[in-house]
Design a protein around this ligand. Structure first.
Ligand SMILES: Cc1ncc(COP(=O)(O)O)c(C=O)c1O
Length: 460
């Protein structure tokens, strides 16, 4: 193979892939949101043993386009309301394609000046949009799960330091237990992060919540300087946020570390109409959030944000003799990964494309659509189980079996997709409106699909 072959092979592959991407994005809104049985059966075309012979890149891409694309879930269209899944804004999708071609390693400046430069600007913009302290650190992670892990690792070591314990020296086995105060409605990934960091169940104090899933401030126990308080911006079911203004000042005064899991809810800060829901959140010590949810960057993209960058650096730093440290607190020293892709470039692209007005508009539109879904569902006969203040709608009708049958009918129909949950001791459907691509027409089509299925099951 000569250098002309190397070039031609890459050019051919990219050309072919671009054609396939064009076809995919231009048909997204006419696809079944969840793949059809035929499309799922097509996946068996991948069943083969380890190939011994090489294939031309165009053959490989063609196979993906022909058999994997139809079995994808149309999350970048306007009618996917499952989990909390944003679409991908056009510029961030395009940036992800460039990013793939560039294949940068976001470790330090010597490895990729462009990645480090753009991620630094993206970080600054994110802090401004979220109204968080401008000199906080922002580490780009795979998602909020790892964002929580980074922040809680920093919290753990910093709290031990306050107690005069050098955790790096004595390890968890030699350290006195810290106390972790956490909402009984905290997201499962916060519990996972705590477990990974060596916190046992006996150290974790769960606080009861109101019916929206907000910690009851009066139920808080003693908070001291041996404490980490985990709060939440945006409950995964109701969308509600904790009462930061009531809780954070007393935790700060006691010397506790306050961490906020704000996977999607933190983005309410970008909207003049919604930011009051987060009043006081800026006084926390750390925050984790996602790009791939409400900012609508492609997967995967999360952020670990910390008021005291040194606290993160202390737990994440790596020193290798084959590196010249050319950057203050380079990305490799602020997240668990050493090598990672430059996902902050897509954050930069999404914000550059929308501007702060456009991000505010995205948040407001999703909330308006959630309100319309809530109203439409009520008209069909559903009971709404949450206060629809943000982008989440939880609703129920009939008995558990009927609800499940309605859900299965809607999901099989392919017009839209959402899942189920258990909320306020009732089985319910749960819709999260998180995509820039959702239009009024999508909301109408979704309500029509739900009404059709509901009438079939409830009225027989
Ligand atoms: C409140 C909350 N925290 C954490 C997470 C985990 O985020 P990720 O899947 O990006 O790791 C989610 C995901 O839905 C969430 O809603």
């Amino acid at each position: 193979m000569n250098s002309e072959d190397v070039k031609q092979r890459s050019v051919d592959a990219v050309y072919f892939a671009t054609e396939c991407v064009n076809e995919y994005v231009s048909t997204i809104n006419v696809r079944h949101v969840f793949p059809t049985k035929t499309a799922l059966d097509g996946l068996s075309n991948f069943d083969e043993g380890l190939p011994q012979l090489s294939s031309h890149a165009s053959i490989v891409i063609q196979q993906l386009h022909k058999f994997a694309a139809p079995a994808t879930v149309a999350t970048t269209g306007g009618r996917y309301f499952g989990l909390v899944v944003g679409g991908a804004t056009p510029a961030s999708m395009g940036a992800a394609m460039l990013n793939a071609a560039w294949d940068q390693i976001a470790i330090l400046e010597a490895a990729s000046p462009a990645a480090i430069y753009l991620e630094r600007i993206a970080a600054k913009w994110v802090l401004e949009l979220l109204a968080l302290p401008a000199d906080s650190s922002v580490g780009f992670t795979t998602g909020t799960s790892v964002g929580n892990l980074v922040c809680l690792a920093a919290a753990r070591n910093a709290q031990y330091e306050k107690l005069g314990v050098n955790l790096n020296e004595v390890g968890m086995a030699g350290a006195p237990p810290l106390r972790v105060i956490i909402s009984e409605q905290a997201h499962i990934t916060v519990y996972k992060a705590l477990g990974l960091l060596g916190f046992g169940k006996s150290q974790i104090i769960k606080i009861p919540c109101d019916k929206e899933g907000r910690i009851l401030p009066d139920a808080l126990p003693y908070i001291g300087n041996n404490t980490i308080v985990c709060l939440q911006a945006g409950n995964v079911n109701s969308g509600a946020s904790d009462y930061f203004e009531q809780i954070i000042p007393q935790a700060n005064a006691a010397g506790a570390w306050v961490h906020v899991d704000g996977a999607f809810g933190l983005w309410a800060a970008a909207s003049a109409h919604k930011k009051h829901l987060l009043a006081g959140v800026e006084y926390a010590d750390s925050w984790a959030t996602d790009g791939h949810k409400w900012l609508n960057t492609p997967y995967d993209c999360g952020m670990a944000i910390c008021r005291n960058p040194q606290a993160v650096h202390n737990v994440m730093t790596t020193i290798a003799p084959y590196f010249t440290e050319d950057t203050v607190m380079p990305p490799k020293d602020m997240v668990p990964e050493f090598s990672r892709r430059a996902r902050g470039i897509e954050v930069w692209a999404a914000i550059k494309e929308m501007g702060s007005n456009g991000v505010a508009d995205l948040i407001d539109r999703c909330c308006l659509h959630a309100g319309k879904l809530s109203k439409g569902l009520t008209e069909i006969g559903y009971t709404i189980l949450n206060e629809v203040q943000l982008n989440q709608v939880v609703a129920t009708i009939g008995n558990t079996e009927q609800l499940q049958e309605i859900l299965s009918l809607v999901q099989e129909d392919g017009e839209c997709w959402f899942g189920s949950t258990y909320w306020q001791e009732q089985h319910a459907i749960r819709l999260s409106v998180s995509s820039w691509a959702t239009t009024d027409e999508d909301i109408k089509r979704t309500l029509n699909a739900i009404e059709k299925a509901t009438n079939k099951i409830i009225s027989g």
